[in-house]
Design a protein around this ligand. Structure first.
Ligand SMILES: [Zn+2]
Length: 245
């Protein structure tokens, strides 16, 4: 191993997830988005086995690749919106219209909320709760911590930064402390909310294609029988919204 590589790789504390600072609230995971875009450009847009000029490459980027990538981004955001679909009753209002990954994350944790009684949750101060788990563990839930972001001391929160069962238990037993009480910068994150600004000029059109329903891992559909009376955007290929982590 080269000497410069050893500055990083030889010290596992610098790269292993197990050594990450628990208070570090910025997601550093990657979905390999740039690599995926490069692959799409290379195999779907550029002529195979041919060298092209720089101006030809720029033309493809500006006239085809970027507009279609933006349209896909709009379509995926539109697919999250309440204008596109309605949800089953078991999906709470505050989760509707959010990324599928967030909805599935919270729904899976909600199954454990019934284990928490109101007595097991104490409000230490406005927005700060001590949650006692049936296992005997105790976790501190803060709607606004020192860094102006929400925080729970459990591993689930530290890993995903999406409301854990302790947050959801507080939402359940303290209705005055709900999703809307979380800090706005956190709620407005693209990890938790659709980018509505990207849809301002979006004009969905009808192409007659049946709409797909997203299902969770157990096969349960998140959407109700009633689908919103909206139509598909142009260039429709598949309504499956892919969330990568
Ligand atoms: Zn937690």
């Amino acid at each position: 191993m080269a000497a410069d590589q050893c500055k990083h790789y030889c010290f596992q504390q610098r790269w292993a997830r197990a050594y990450r600072d628990d208070s570090y609230h910025v997601a550093v995971d990657t979905n390999n988005g740039v690599e995926a875009m490069n692959k799409t450009l290379k195999y779907n847009y550029l002529p195979k086995g041919k060298n092209i000029t720089l101006s030809h490459l720029v033309t493809i980027l500006v006239e085809e690749f970027l507009p279609e990538a933006f349209h896909k981004y709009q379509k995926e955001n539109f697919a999250m919106s309440k204008f596109y679909r309605s949800y089953n009753d078991f999906v709470p209002d505050y989760l509707q219209g959010r990324p599928r990954k967030v909805i599935l994350h919270c729904l899976s944790r909600m199954q454990k909320v019934a284990k928490f009684t109101k007595e097991s949750i104490k409000m230490a101060s406005p927005g700060t709760f001590i949650v006692h788990s049936p296992s005997g563990k105790e976790h501190k839930v803060q709607f606004v911590a020192e860094d102006n972001m929400p925080q729970c001391t459990c591993k689930d929160w530290i890993r995903w930064h999406i409301p854990c069962k302790h947050f959801l238990a507080v939402f359940s037993h303290y209705p005055q402390w709900g999703w809307a009480n979380l800090p706005k910068p956190y709620l407005d994150s693209e990890y938790l909310s659709a980018d509505s600004a990207s849809l301002l000029n979006h004009q969905p059109q009808h192409d007659g294609t049946p709409q797909d329903h997203d299902s969770d891992e157990s096969g349960n559909s998140l959407e109700g029988e009633k689908m919103a009376n909206t139509q598909l955007p142009p260039h429709h290929v598949s309504l499956t919204v892919c969330f990568t982590s």
